[in-house]
Design a protein around this ligand. Structure first.
Ligand SMILES: Nc1ncnc2c1ncn2[C@@H]1O[C@H](COP(=O)(O)OP(=O)(O)OP(=O)(O)O)[C@@H](O)[C@H]1O
Length: 451
């Protein structure tokens, strides 16, 4: 048990004994304050013990020699800022000359033990400055998202990272993503979390779920289109490609580049278009991609090739037309056939839940960061929903989504069903809601949300 928790328990127990009536946050803040004092008091000796100090300057050593004085002590990196967070502390440190952020990252395990913290993560914030995020307890054991997060249109808080930060799925920054994981590793919960968070936003949600629609059909009231068989999926993808081409025409028309158009008004994607003609963005979520890519007969192979071609085109050109992809699967390697590695290269957001073998982890992170491959293999079976996430920059972190039940996702989709945009190109794939004529839609919160 970490220092913060022990401190909070002792202080909380004392408070109960003395009948000090204070809210829980008061004691948490008090505990974090005591932990930060402890970190500050032991800081110099811990940095020294973890080999994060540098020797005194040559000038001071020379002066000490001249005057036959004791050798000056090593220089400890300076603390620039200490911030108490909801989950622990963040120390911003000015590195000493000759140091690099990698030394701090390599020493993070030693720092964790020395400061008595649960987790220490080092990250370079700018040249010469490194930030140590310290957490006092296992954040991923029972995930609790902060009440306020910096989300927005097409930027949703999807999980907590083990350094106490919030992990976002930011569609405009990372338009397309691949999520892998063995069976029962937590992919569907992750997907539900995204759909639930996107449901209140002005976006069109489109689903392909060739597992007979078991995951996405219950969310149909908020889906603008849904395909549950490979044949439907092909039609839906080709209709999306058609929509994308239509949007490109609109952008091209609106560019009207001439000498008197100001630079800021020239656009190459939907976000630069005037709001009244801007097409609604589309998030396409594909559950179990192998169902689309695996074939048994020659006829199926033709269909599969057309599906993969449409997917590659959407991944290559969809961003400018406001079409974003979320692809889920157990594996995503060359065994799924031609074009799969080309498609994978376009899916720059990568998340891997627990995987069964190293090659699955390599499919997610082999081209991004070897450390992430190792971290993905180490995810234990006991914590479904835990995943490693990385992007094209090579940075990665361990995350876990808050548990979202199917009932919670269904309720969110039903509550926001009125926001479902009607996309004419995808009209043929609009899910039928199975309502008898004259029968009202089921009560939105007809069943209480499971805990
Ligand atoms: N973040 C989470 N927190 C707590 N429990 C979770 C979390 N994610 C998943 N689980 C639990 O793990 C189990 C498997 O989750 P899920 O159905 O999402 O896995 P999956 O990878 O989609 O499996 P499959 O591929 O077989 O459909 C479920 O019982 C679910 O409740």
């Amino acid at each position: 048990m970490t220092g913060i928790v022990i401190t909070v328990v002792i202080v909380g127990g004392l408070a109960l004994l003395l009948k000090w009536r204070r809210p829980a946050w008061y004691w948490l803040a008090f505990g974090a304050l005591i932990a930060s004092v402890r970190v500050l008091v032991t800081y110099g000796s811990v940095m020294d013990a973890c080999n994060l100090t540098v020797s005194a300057s040559r000038f001071r050593i020379m002066v000490a020699r001249w005057f036959k004085k004791a050798m000056p002590p090593s220089r400890v990196p300076r603390i620039r800022r200490l911030r108490i967070t909801r989950t622990g502390l963040v120390l911003r440190i000015r590195m000493r000359p000759g140091q690099d952020a990698f030394e701090y990252a390599a020493a993070s395990d030693r720092l964790r033990h020395s400061f008595g913290m649960r987790q220490v993560t080092a990250r370079e914030v700018r040249s010469g400055t490194v930030e140590l995020a310290m957490t006092g307890y296992d954040i991923l054991k029972r995930v609790q998202m902060p009440a306020k997060v910096d989300d927005g249109l097409l930027k949703v808080a999807v999980a907590m990272a083990d350094d106490g930060s919030v992990a976002f799925r930011d569609y405009r920054r990372t338009p397309h993503a691949l999520t892998l994981g063995a069976t029962q590793s937590g992919k569907s919960v992750y997907q539900r979390r995204l759909v639930t968070a996107l449901a209140p936003q002005p976006v069109a949600l489109v689903g392909i779920d060739c597992k007979q629609g078991v995951e996405l059909a219950p969310l149909a009231r908020r889906l603008s289109a849904l395909a549950t068989t490979p044949e439907e999926a092909l039609g839906l993808l080709e209709a999306l490609v058609e929509r994308m081409e239509g949007i490109y025409q609109v952008i091209r028309r609106e560019q009207r580049i001439s000498a008197d158009i100001p630079d800021a008004e020239i656009t190459a994607d939907i976000w630069g278009l005037p709001e009244k003609i801007r097409p609604v963005p589309v998030v396409l979520t594909i559950d179990e991609v192998a169902e689309l890519a695996l074939v048994a007969t020659r006829a199926e192979e033709k269909r599969r090739n057309r599906i993969v071609t449409a997917l590659v085109r959407l991944a290559q050109l969809g961003r400018a037309a406001g079409i974003y992809l979320d692809i889920y699967g157990q594996r995503f390697g060359s065994e799924l056939g031609d074009g799969i590695t080309m498609l994978r290269a376009q899916l720059s957001g990568r998340t891997a839940h627990r995987v069964n073998d190293e090659s699955s982890a390599k499919m997610a992170f082999g081209d991004i960061n070897p450390d992430a491959v190792f971290a993905a293999i180490q995810i234990a079976t006991g914590q479904p929903g835990t995943a490693i996430t990385a992007d094209a920059t090579g940075s990665w972190s361990r995350i876990r989504t808050p548990h979202t039940t199917l009932r919670q996702a269904v309720n969110a989709c039903n509550r926001h069903a009125h926001l479902t945009p009607h996309l004419p190109e995808l009209a043929d794939f609009r899910p039928a809601l199975d309502l008898a004529p004259g029968k009202a839609a089921p009560a939105i919160e007809s069943v209480t949300e499971a805990a």
